[in-house]
Design a protein around this ligand. Structure first.
Ligand code: MN
Length: 318
Protein backbone atom coordinates (compact mmCIF):
# COMPACT_ATOMS: atom_id res chain seq x y z
CA UNK A 1 0.00 0.00 0.00
CA UNK A 2 1.62 3.30 -1.01
CA UNK A 3 1.71 5.64 1.94
CA UNK A 4 0.76 9.28 1.83
CA UNK A 5 3.94 11.38 1.62
CA UNK A 6 4.56 13.93 4.38
CA UNK A 7 5.03 17.37 2.91
CA UNK A 8 7.82 19.77 3.70
CA UNK A 9 6.84 22.86 5.65
CA UNK A 10 5.34 25.49 3.36
CA UNK A 11 5.57 28.52 5.59
CA UNK A 12 4.57 31.91 4.27
CA UNK A 13 8.21 32.96 3.87
CA UNK A 14 11.70 31.60 4.42
CA UNK A 15 12.25 33.88 7.42
CA UNK A 16 9.60 31.95 9.34
CA UNK A 17 11.71 29.58 11.42
CA UNK A 18 11.13 26.00 10.24
CA UNK A 19 12.84 24.43 13.27
CA UNK A 20 13.30 21.16 11.40
CA UNK A 21 16.10 19.63 9.37
CA UNK A 22 15.60 20.37 5.66
CA UNK A 23 12.17 21.86 6.51
CA UNK A 24 10.81 18.34 6.85
CA UNK A 25 7.61 17.70 8.77
CA UNK A 26 8.04 17.35 12.53
CA UNK A 27 6.99 14.05 14.06
CA UNK A 28 7.45 12.92 17.67
CA UNK A 29 8.13 9.26 16.81
CA UNK A 30 9.51 7.40 13.77
CA UNK A 31 6.35 5.31 13.30
CA UNK A 32 5.26 5.09 9.68
CA UNK A 33 8.33 6.86 8.30
CA UNK A 34 10.54 5.75 5.44
CA UNK A 35 13.40 8.00 6.52
CA UNK A 36 13.89 9.66 9.91
CA UNK A 37 15.98 12.84 10.15
CA UNK A 38 17.32 13.52 13.63
CA UNK A 39 20.06 15.16 15.67
CA UNK A 40 22.71 13.57 17.87
CA UNK A 41 23.85 16.56 19.95
CA UNK A 42 26.98 15.03 21.44
CA UNK A 43 30.57 16.31 21.33
CA UNK A 44 32.08 14.43 24.26
CA UNK A 45 34.23 12.45 21.83
CA UNK A 46 36.04 15.56 20.58
CA UNK A 47 39.80 15.67 21.11
CA UNK A 48 40.33 19.28 20.01
CA UNK A 49 37.87 22.13 19.63
CA UNK A 50 34.35 21.15 20.65
CA UNK A 51 30.91 22.66 20.02
CA UNK A 52 29.46 20.03 17.67
CA UNK A 53 26.73 19.36 20.25
CA UNK A 54 25.12 22.50 18.85
CA UNK A 55 25.35 21.18 15.27
CA UNK A 56 21.79 19.84 14.89
CA UNK A 57 20.30 23.11 16.12
CA UNK A 58 22.25 25.27 13.72
CA UNK A 59 21.59 22.84 10.87
CA UNK A 60 17.88 23.23 11.52
CA UNK A 61 18.26 27.00 11.55
CA UNK A 62 20.23 26.98 8.30
CA UNK A 63 17.61 24.77 6.63
CA UNK A 64 15.52 27.94 6.21
CA UNK A 65 16.00 28.11 2.46
CA UNK A 66 15.73 24.42 1.59
CA UNK A 67 13.31 23.44 -1.13
CA UNK A 68 12.29 19.95 -2.15
CA UNK A 69 13.71 19.27 -5.61
CA UNK A 70 17.34 18.66 -6.52
CA UNK A 71 17.81 20.79 -9.63
CA UNK A 72 20.81 18.78 -10.80
CA UNK A 73 19.24 15.32 -10.57
CA UNK A 74 15.51 16.05 -10.61
CA UNK A 75 15.03 14.03 -7.42
CA UNK A 76 12.19 15.08 -5.09
CA UNK A 77 12.64 12.94 -1.97
CA UNK A 78 9.65 14.38 -0.10
CA UNK A 79 7.36 13.34 -2.96
CA UNK A 80 8.36 9.68 -2.94
CA UNK A 81 9.00 8.92 0.73
CA UNK A 82 7.58 9.69 4.15
CA UNK A 83 10.27 11.80 5.77
CA UNK A 84 10.15 13.68 9.07
CA UNK A 85 12.45 15.24 11.64
CA UNK A 86 11.99 13.20 14.82
CA UNK A 87 14.05 15.51 17.02
CA UNK A 88 17.24 14.85 18.95
CA UNK A 89 18.40 11.87 20.98
CA UNK A 90 18.82 12.55 24.68
CA UNK A 91 22.41 12.42 25.92
CA UNK A 92 24.17 12.86 29.24
CA UNK A 93 27.11 15.17 28.61
CA UNK A 94 28.78 14.06 31.86
CA UNK A 95 28.80 10.39 30.86
CA UNK A 96 30.12 9.50 27.42
CA UNK A 97 29.47 5.77 27.55
CA UNK A 98 25.92 6.33 28.72
CA UNK A 99 25.45 8.91 25.96
CA UNK A 100 26.58 6.44 23.30
CA UNK A 101 24.06 3.91 24.67
CA UNK A 102 21.28 6.52 24.73
CA UNK A 103 22.00 7.49 21.12
CA UNK A 104 22.08 3.83 20.06
CA UNK A 105 18.72 3.21 21.78
CA UNK A 106 17.23 6.20 19.99
CA UNK A 107 18.48 4.87 16.64
CA UNK A 108 17.23 1.35 17.46
CA UNK A 109 13.77 2.89 17.83
CA UNK A 110 14.06 4.24 14.29
CA UNK A 111 15.14 0.87 12.90
CA UNK A 112 12.40 -0.94 14.85
CA UNK A 113 9.84 1.38 13.25
CA UNK A 114 11.17 0.29 9.84
CA UNK A 115 12.66 3.69 8.98
CA UNK A 116 16.14 4.45 7.68
CA UNK A 117 18.35 6.86 9.68
CA UNK A 118 19.84 10.16 8.50
CA UNK A 119 21.58 11.96 11.36
CA UNK A 120 23.01 15.41 12.03
CA UNK A 121 25.95 15.29 14.48
CA UNK A 122 27.54 15.74 16.90
CA UNK A 123 31.19 14.76 16.66
CA UNK A 124 32.19 11.77 14.55
CA UNK A 125 31.75 9.31 17.41
CA UNK A 126 27.99 9.58 16.71
CA UNK A 127 28.31 7.25 13.72
CA UNK A 128 29.03 4.36 16.09
CA UNK A 129 25.69 4.51 17.96
CA UNK A 130 23.82 4.97 14.68
CA UNK A 131 25.41 1.78 13.37
CA UNK A 132 24.94 -0.06 16.68
CA UNK A 133 21.28 0.84 16.71
CA UNK A 134 20.46 0.12 13.09
CA UNK A 135 22.84 -2.55 11.73
CA UNK A 136 22.64 -6.26 12.49
CA UNK A 137 26.21 -7.32 13.45
CA UNK A 138 25.86 -10.40 11.24
CA UNK A 139 25.17 -8.23 8.19
CA UNK A 140 27.75 -5.42 8.13
CA UNK A 141 27.17 -2.44 5.86
CA UNK A 142 29.54 -0.93 3.32
CA UNK A 143 30.72 2.56 4.16
CA UNK A 144 31.43 5.58 1.97
CA UNK A 145 33.33 7.78 4.37
CA UNK A 146 34.34 11.36 3.61
CA UNK A 147 36.99 12.52 6.08
CA UNK A 148 40.39 14.18 6.46
CA UNK A 149 41.22 11.56 9.12
CA UNK A 150 40.65 7.79 9.15
CA UNK A 151 39.15 7.69 12.71
CA UNK A 152 40.49 4.15 13.07
CA UNK A 153 42.54 4.54 16.27
CA UNK A 154 42.26 1.80 18.87
CA UNK A 155 42.79 3.80 22.06
CA UNK A 156 43.50 7.49 22.44
CA UNK A 157 44.39 9.01 25.83
CA UNK A 158 43.25 5.76 27.38
CA UNK A 159 39.74 5.85 25.95
CA UNK A 160 38.19 3.56 23.36
CA UNK A 161 35.19 5.79 22.62
CA UNK A 162 36.09 9.12 21.04
CA UNK A 163 35.89 10.71 17.61
CA UNK A 164 39.17 9.10 16.48
CA UNK A 165 37.97 5.51 17.11
CA UNK A 166 34.42 4.92 15.75
CA UNK A 167 35.42 2.91 12.67
CA UNK A 168 37.84 0.70 14.59
CA UNK A 169 34.94 -0.21 16.90
CA UNK A 170 32.43 -0.56 14.04
CA UNK A 171 34.65 -3.02 12.17
CA UNK A 172 35.47 -4.97 15.37
CA UNK A 173 31.77 -5.22 16.20
CA UNK A 174 30.84 -6.56 12.76
CA UNK A 175 28.84 -3.44 11.83
CA UNK A 176 31.04 -2.36 8.90
CA UNK A 177 32.71 -4.62 6.34
CA UNK A 178 36.24 -3.20 5.98
CA UNK A 179 36.51 -4.63 2.45
CA UNK A 180 33.50 -2.45 1.56
CA UNK A 181 34.78 0.67 3.36
CA UNK A 182 36.37 3.57 1.48
CA UNK A 183 37.73 6.76 3.07
CA UNK A 184 38.07 9.78 0.79
CA UNK A 185 40.20 12.85 1.57
CA UNK A 186 42.87 11.86 4.10
CA UNK A 187 45.49 14.57 4.57
CA UNK A 188 47.31 16.87 6.95
CA UNK A 189 50.08 16.28 9.42
CA UNK A 190 50.52 13.00 11.27
CA UNK A 191 52.83 11.28 13.70
CA UNK A 192 55.93 9.58 12.23
CA UNK A 193 54.25 6.20 12.74
CA UNK A 194 50.52 5.97 12.44
CA UNK A 195 48.97 2.82 13.87
CA UNK A 196 45.47 3.95 12.85
CA UNK A 197 46.44 4.05 9.17
CA UNK A 198 48.41 0.80 9.41
CA UNK A 199 45.41 -1.00 10.92
CA UNK A 200 43.05 0.42 8.28
CA UNK A 201 45.31 -0.92 5.51
CA UNK A 202 45.70 -4.29 7.24
CA UNK A 203 41.96 -4.92 7.46
CA UNK A 204 41.44 -3.89 3.84
CA UNK A 205 39.86 -0.44 4.07
CA UNK A 206 40.39 1.51 0.81
CA UNK A 207 42.16 4.81 1.55
CA UNK A 208 42.08 7.66 -0.95
CA UNK A 209 44.38 10.40 0.28
CA UNK A 210 44.03 13.92 -0.97
CA UNK A 211 46.86 13.66 -3.51
CA UNK A 212 45.25 10.59 -5.06
CA UNK A 213 41.92 12.43 -4.99
CA UNK A 214 43.26 15.36 -7.01
CA UNK A 215 45.12 13.07 -9.39
CA UNK A 216 42.01 11.00 -10.06
CA UNK A 217 39.33 13.70 -9.90
CA UNK A 218 35.91 13.32 -8.24
CA UNK A 219 34.32 11.16 -10.93
CA UNK A 220 37.08 8.52 -10.94
CA UNK A 221 37.10 8.51 -7.15
CA UNK A 222 33.38 7.80 -7.15
CA UNK A 223 33.82 5.00 -9.69
CA UNK A 224 36.29 3.50 -7.22
CA UNK A 225 33.81 3.95 -4.35
CA UNK A 226 31.06 2.22 -6.35
CA UNK A 227 33.40 -0.69 -7.03
CA UNK A 228 34.38 -0.96 -3.33
CA UNK A 229 30.86 -0.96 -1.86
CA UNK A 230 29.13 -2.92 -4.64
CA UNK A 231 25.42 -3.62 -4.46
CA UNK A 232 25.06 -4.38 -0.74
CA UNK A 233 23.55 -2.06 1.87
CA UNK A 234 25.75 1.00 2.24
CA UNK A 235 25.94 3.88 4.70
CA UNK A 236 27.37 7.34 3.96
CA UNK A 237 29.21 9.27 6.67
CA UNK A 238 30.40 12.81 6.00
CA UNK A 239 32.79 14.44 8.45
CA UNK A 240 32.68 18.05 7.29
CA UNK A 241 36.44 18.35 7.88
CA UNK A 242 36.79 16.23 4.74
CA UNK A 243 36.06 19.43 2.84
CA UNK A 244 38.45 22.36 2.60
CA UNK A 245 38.12 24.74 5.57
CA UNK A 246 37.16 27.54 3.18
CA UNK A 247 33.86 25.70 2.71
CA UNK A 248 33.67 24.19 6.21
CA UNK A 249 35.40 26.60 8.59
CA UNK A 250 33.27 25.70 11.59
CA UNK A 251 34.71 22.35 12.56
CA UNK A 252 36.99 21.13 15.35
CA UNK A 253 39.88 19.59 13.39
CA UNK A 254 40.16 21.46 10.06
CA UNK A 255 42.80 20.38 7.54
CA UNK A 256 43.66 22.78 4.70
CA UNK A 257 43.92 21.56 1.12
CA UNK A 258 40.71 19.55 0.76
CA UNK A 259 38.08 19.21 -1.93
CA UNK A 260 35.35 21.80 -2.15
CA UNK A 261 31.59 21.88 -1.81
CA UNK A 262 30.96 21.63 -5.54
CA UNK A 263 33.12 18.52 -5.91
CA UNK A 264 31.44 16.92 -2.92
CA UNK A 265 28.02 17.47 -4.50
CA UNK A 266 29.32 15.96 -7.75
CA UNK A 267 30.63 12.94 -5.84
CA UNK A 268 27.36 12.39 -3.95
CA UNK A 269 25.30 12.70 -7.15
CA UNK A 270 27.61 10.06 -8.64
CA UNK A 271 26.39 7.53 -6.05
CA UNK A 272 22.89 7.15 -7.52
CA UNK A 273 21.75 3.58 -7.93
CA UNK A 274 23.75 2.28 -4.96
CA UNK A 275 21.93 0.63 -2.06
CA UNK A 276 22.20 3.60 0.34
CA UNK A 277 20.32 2.83 3.57
CA UNK A 278 21.55 5.45 6.03
CA UNK A 279 23.88 8.33 6.65
CA UNK A 280 25.13 11.15 8.79
CA UNK A 281 26.71 14.59 8.50
CA UNK A 282 28.88 15.38 11.48
CA UNK A 283 31.43 17.70 13.13
CA UNK A 284 29.62 21.01 12.46
CA UNK A 285 30.62 23.25 15.38
CA UNK A 286 28.47 26.41 15.53
CA UNK A 287 30.60 28.19 18.17
CA UNK A 288 33.53 28.11 15.72
CA UNK A 289 31.37 29.43 12.86
CA UNK A 290 28.46 31.43 14.27
CA UNK A 291 27.75 32.74 10.75
CA UNK A 292 26.10 29.41 9.95
CA UNK A 293 27.97 29.03 6.66
CA UNK A 294 29.36 25.62 7.65
CA UNK A 295 25.91 24.43 8.73
CA UNK A 296 24.38 25.76 5.50
CA UNK A 297 26.80 23.67 3.46
CA UNK A 298 26.21 20.71 5.77
CA UNK A 299 22.43 20.75 5.24
CA UNK A 300 22.97 20.83 1.49
CA UNK A 301 25.12 17.70 1.80
CA UNK A 302 22.44 16.17 3.99
CA UNK A 303 19.90 16.86 1.24
CA UNK A 304 22.10 15.08 -1.33
CA UNK A 305 22.31 12.02 0.94
CA UNK A 306 18.55 12.17 1.50
CA UNK A 307 18.01 12.14 -2.28
CA UNK A 308 20.09 8.96 -2.57
CA UNK A 309 18.31 7.25 0.32
CA UNK A 310 14.83 8.23 -0.86
CA UNK A 311 15.46 7.07 -4.41
CA UNK A 312 16.76 3.73 -3.13
CA UNK A 313 13.93 3.37 -0.63
CA UNK A 314 11.19 4.08 -3.16
CA UNK A 315 12.71 1.69 -5.67
CA UNK A 316 13.13 -1.08 -3.07
CA UNK A 317 9.57 -0.60 -1.89
CA UNK A 318 8.04 -0.84 -5.34
MN1 MN B 1 36.05 12.03 11.27
Amino acid sequence: MPKEPLKQATGPAPFVSPDTLLRAARQETPEGLDIALFGLPFDGGTIGRDGARYGPGQMRQMSFNMRGTNQSTGQSPFETCRIADVGDARVNSFDHEASVDMMADFCRGIADAGAWPLAAGGDHLITLPVLRGTVDPGNPVGLIHFDAHPDTHDVLFGTRLNHATPFRRAVEEGLVDPKRHIIIGIRGTARPTDAAMDWAREVGITLIDIDQYFEMGPRAVIEKAREVVGTGPTYITIDVDALDPKDMPGTGSPEPGGYDMRDTQVMLRGLRGLNIVGGDINEVSPPIDPSGYTALNAVHLMFEVLCLMAENRSQNRA
